[in-house]
Design a protein around this ligand. Structure first.
Ligand code: SF4
Length: 503
C-alpha cells in the first residue's frame, strides 16, 4: 500500500479535527496509549509505505513557558526504546509560525500513562523535554527505521499550571483541536519536500579569523576573570553565538553605563570609538578588546587621513556597530556615505583633500559604484593602501557568486543583523538565483525548497559551522542528498590574541 503523506492521530477528536484537512494524504487513528499503538504498528503501520509521516495531536506541556494552544514541533522524541532525532521536521517550524501560531522546537517525551501536574512534569522538564504524549516515540521510531521522513507536531492542551481533569482543560482542548485543524495544509506542503537533492556547499563559508578570535577571547575571559563578564554589544552578529555565550555566563549590554564599576568588559569584534575606551578607563573597568585587527586597521587609516587634514568619507551602513566605531575615531572630520546617490551630494570643506574608507563587510559591487561616484566628484580622492573590505567578505562573496551559477536556490545561514550575511543574499540574488537568509534549519520555508533539486548553501562569517551541518542534515532527512563543495579559495588566516587573554 502506498500514499504520499501519512498523518497518525491517537484520539477520535484529533482524527475528526484533521479529517478533510490533509490534501492527498492518508489519515489514520492508532488509538491512545502504548498497547494500542504497538497493535496499530504491527497490524497497520508496518503495511503502509508513505513518503512522509506526521504524528499529530494534543499533548501536555512540560516547559512552564508553554501555553495551551502553543504548538510543539519535536526535534526528537524520547521513549522507552530510546530517542529518535527528527531533523526532517525543522521546516515545519517556520511555516507554522507564518500561520501566527506560537511554535516551539524541542524534545517531546512519550510516557505510558497520563502525566499529572507538579513534580512529575518538573522532573521531565529538567531532562530538556518540552512536552509529553503517549504515542509519538514508537510510531516515529518504526517509520524512521525504514528511512521515512517523520515529524511529530503536538498542540498543547494542558500545562503544569492547568493539568488534565481540570475544568479549564475542556476549553483548552476545544481550542487545541481548532489549532490542530489549521495544521493540515502545512503538513501537506512539508511532505512535498521529500525526495532526492544535490547540495553544493560554498567554500569558504562560516567563521572568519576575526570571529573565531572574538569568540576565543570571550571564552578565555570567562575562564580567567571573575564573573560576571560583560560584553559591549553582540560579540559577533549571530543569535546562536550570543545565546551560547550567555548560557556560559557572558552578560551582553548595549552601553557601558550598564556595566558596574570595577568589572570586566569585552569590546566586540566590530570595534569601538575612542570615547568608549576613555569612559571604560575612567570607570576602572578591565577591558579585553576583541576588535578584529582588520577593523582596527580601518580605524588607524581614519586617524592617518584626518591627521594630514583630509575630510574622510566612510562608505558603510548607518547604525552598524562597526561604522559607529570608525566614525567615532575622528569626529567632525569624517562623514558616512551609504550609497552612490549620497556620494553625489556629500559636501566637504576642501574637495582637493578628501579620502575614503569602507566598512569591512560591504558588497564589493555596491562599494565600487560609490567609490566611482566619489572619484568623479573628487578626482584626487585617496583610499587606503589595501582594500578595506576584508578578505573574509571578499572570499565569501566570490564563493556565493560561483555557487549561484549551479544552484536552483541558495540558502545563506546567518542572523538578520549580520551585514556580511545579508550581502551574501544580495550577491546571490544579483547572480540571478533565489536566495534566502536563515538563522538555522527551523527558518527554512517549504516553498523555498519545493521543486528545487540543487540547493546551494553558504554561511556568513559570524555563523557557526554546525548550523550549516544542521541545514544539510535536515535536507538529508527529507531524502537522499549528494553533497559537493564549490571551492572558491581556501583560507588560512589567523590572528593573535590580545593582551589580557594571550599566553
Ligand atoms: S568579517 Fe572581516 S573584518 Fe569582520 S571579523 Fe571577520 S575578518 Fe574581521
Amino acid at each position: 500500500m502506498t500514499s504520499d503523506l501519512l498523518v497518525v492521530t491517537a484520539l477520535r477528536t484529533e482524527h475528526a479535527a484533521l479529517r478533510g484537512q490533509v490534501d492527498g494524504g492518508q489519515l489514520e487513528r492508532c488509538g491512545m496509549g502504548p498497547e494500542r499503538v504497538q497493535r496499530w504498528i504491527r497490524s497497520r503501520g508496518e503495511t503502509l509505505r508513505p513518503n512522509a509521516v506526521v504524528v499529530a495531536g494534543v499533548a501536555g506541556g512540560l516547559d512552564p513557558a508553554l501555553r495551551p494552544g502553543d504548538v510543539v514541533v519535536a526535534s526528537e522524541v524520547r521513549g522507552v526504546q530510546g530517542r529518535t532525532v527528527l531533523r526532517a521536521a525543522a521546516p515545519l517550524v517556520a511555516e507554522l509560525r507564518r500561520l501566527g501560531l506560537r511554535v516551539h522546537h524541542g524534545p517531546v517525551v512519550t510516557r505510558d500513562r497520563i502525566v499529572g501536574g507538579g513534580d512529575e512534569r518538573e522532573t521531565l522538564f529538567a531532562t530538556g523535554a518540552l512536552a509529553v504524549d503517549m504515542e509519538s516515540a514508537p510510531i516515529a521510531r518504526s517509520f524512521a527505521a525504514r528511512g521515512v521522513p517523520v515529524a511529530v507536531v503536538r498542540v498543547i492542551v494542558d500545562t503544569a499550571a492547568v493539568p488534565v481533569l481540570r475544568p479549564a482543560t475542556v476549553t483548552n482542548g476545544v481550542r487545541a483541536l481548532h489549532t490542530l485543524r489549521r495544521l493540515g495544509p502545512v503538513l501537506t506542503s512539508w511532505a512535498a519536500l521529500t525526495g532526492k537533492r544535490s547540495v553544493v556547499l560554498a567554500e569558504p563559508r562560516s567563521f572568519c579569523a576575526g570571529v573565531e578570535r572574538a569568540i576565543d577571547i570571550v571564552e578565555l575571559t570567562l575562564q580567567r576573570y571573575q564573573h560576571p563578564v560583560y560584553i559591549r554589544r553582540q560579540i559577533v552578529h549571530n543569535a546562536h553565538v550570543v545565546r551560547d555565550l550567555e548560557s556560559r555566563g557572558a552578560v551582553f549590554v548595549d552601553e557601558l553605563d550598564e556595566v558596574p564599576d570595577g568589572t570586566t568588559v569585552v569590546f566586540s569584534a566590530h570595534g569601538v570609538a575612542p570615547a568608549v575606551r576613555v569612559e571604560a578607563d575612567r570607570r576602572g573597568l578591565t577591558v579585553i578588546d576583541a576588535t578584529c585587527p582588520l577593523v582596527a586597521k580601518v580605524h588607524a587609516e581614519a586617524r592617518r587621513f584626518s591627521a594630514r587634514g583630509d575630510t574622510v568619507l566612510l562608505i558603510g551602513h548607518a547604525g552598524h556597530d562597526e561604522t559607529e566605531g570608525t566614525l567615532g575615531e575622528v569626529p567632525g572630520r569624517i562623514q558616512l556615505v551609504q550609497t552612490p546617490a549620497e556620494a553625489e551630494r556629500v559636501a566637504v570643506d576642501d574637495p582637493t583633500h578628501v579620502s575614503y574608507l569602507m566598512q569591512t563587510t560591504l558588497a564589493l559591487d555596491d562599494a565600487v559604484a560609490t567609490v566611482d561616484a566619489l572619484r568623479r566628484r573628487f578626482p584626487t580622492i585617496e583610499g587606503s593602501a589595501t582594500d578595506d573590505i576584508c578578505y573574509a567578505t571578499t572570499n565569501r562573496q566570490g564563493a556565493v557568486r560561483e555557487l549561484a551559477i549551479e544552484a536552483d536556490v541558495v540558502v545563506v545561514v546567518g542572523s538578520k543583523n549580520s551585514s556580511n550575511s545579508l550581502r551574501l543574499v544580495e550577491v546571490a540574488q544579483r547572480a540571478g538565483v533565489a536566495a534566502h537568509l536563515v538563522d538555522d534549519a527551523t527558518e527554512l520555508l517549504p516553498e523555498w525548497l519545493a521543486g528545487h533539486t540543487r540547493v546551494g548553501i553558504t554561511a556568513g562569517a559570524s555563523a557557526p559551522p554546525h548550523l550549516v551541518d544542521e541545514v544539510v542534515g535536515t535536507l538529508r532527512a527529507l531524502g537522499p542528498v549528494e553533497v559537493t563543495e564549490r571551492v572558491h579559495t581556501r583560507e588560512d588566516v589567523t590572528f593573535t590574541l590580545p593582551k589580557g587573554v594571550a599566553g
